[in-house]
Design a binder for this molecule. Structure first.
Ligand SMILES: Nc1ncnc2c1ncn2[C@@H]1O[C@H](COP(=O)(O)OP(=O)(O)O)[C@@H](O)[C@H]1O
Ligand SMILES: [Mg+2]
Length: 244
């Protein structure tokens, strides 16, 4: 994205952000509460249109496109809140996501072969997010972290090249966080990831690069080591937290 701005009325929230997500990299955006991290994600995924500036997916401009179109072009995001159907089983949730990718309507007369393809894809996703043994459980009855895994699976159902995860570890125990780090590593082997996460251990262990957003501006971008050793970043945001 190039020189992206976003204002809500008089409030200038994103103030000239240029940021490159390289192919295949895991890139975290960190910064204090209210810095504009979620807003930045909303701009990339098309929930909001930028006030000015350009955003590209590959070579293709996507600023101003509908979220649905951007998703079809290969970008998917999760939300800070869990976004699944609690009354459906895990399998049904994922199948719904897969069917949406294939553009199928709920229709009892569709060809059986396509149905098989949907089932196969759904099973593959179930394995990927390590929930195969919960296939027939109601989504709403699983643990919180399993629901978050399912949500990540729903995001993957559209088979995106670029994945945006907004605080996927929020509310998780240490153990669940460790598990989810492994899951995210697996799932992003052939994808690019943009991540917002408060847990600095997670950010520093998972990211190839990190950008620091403060009051709507990127104050630094670099490898975890570069960010850790950046005096300006320590002062502006990280404090003593990552000095060790
Ligand atoms: N739809 C909106 N309308 C007006 N202000 C908003 C809207 N969305 C976010 N903001 C404001 O933008 C600022 C950044 O919010 P946000 O992007 O959620 O920050 P972060 O995710 O970094 O904590 C906050 O001051 C918030 O109040
Ligand atoms: Mg946020």
């Amino acid at each position: 994205m190039v020189d992206v701005h976003k204002s809500f009325g008089d409030a200038h929230i994103i103030r000239g952000v240029s940021l490159e997500l390289r192919q295949g990299e895991r890139h975290a955006v960190i910064g204090p509460n209210g810095a504009g991290k979620s807003t930045l994600f909303h701009l990339v995924s098309g929930q909001f249109a930028p006030s000015s500036g350009q955003i590209f997916l590959g070579d293709r401009p996507i600023h101003g496109l509908q979220a649905r179109e951007i998703n079809r072009l290969g970008l998917a995001r999760s939300f800070q809140i869990t976004n699944i159907f609690p009354g459906l089983t895990v399998f049904e949730n994922l199948r719904f996501g897969v069917m949406r990718r294939f553009g199928l309507q709920y229709n009892f007369w569709r060809p059986v072969s396509r149905l098989r393809e949907v089932t196969r894809e759904t099973e593959h996703l179930l394995e990927q997010i390590r929930l195969a043994k919960h296939s027939n459980n109601l989504a709403g009855e699983m643990s919180y972290s399993e629901q978050r895994s399912l949500e990540i699976g729903m995001t993957l159902a559209s088979d995106p090249k670029v994945l945006l995860l907004d605080e996927p570890m929020a509310g998780m125990s240490r153990e669940e966080t460790e598990y989810t780090i492994g899951l995210i590593r697996d799932l992003t082997k052939e994808r690019s990831l943009m991540l917002v996460e408060h847990d600095m251990d997670v950010v520093f262990s998972i990211s190839d690069r990190i950008s620091v957003l403060v009051y709507g501006q990127i104050v630094a971008t670099g490898t975890p080591d570069e960010i850790r050793n950046n005096a300006q970043v320590q002062e502006a945001y990280l404090g003593a937290e990552v000095k060790a």
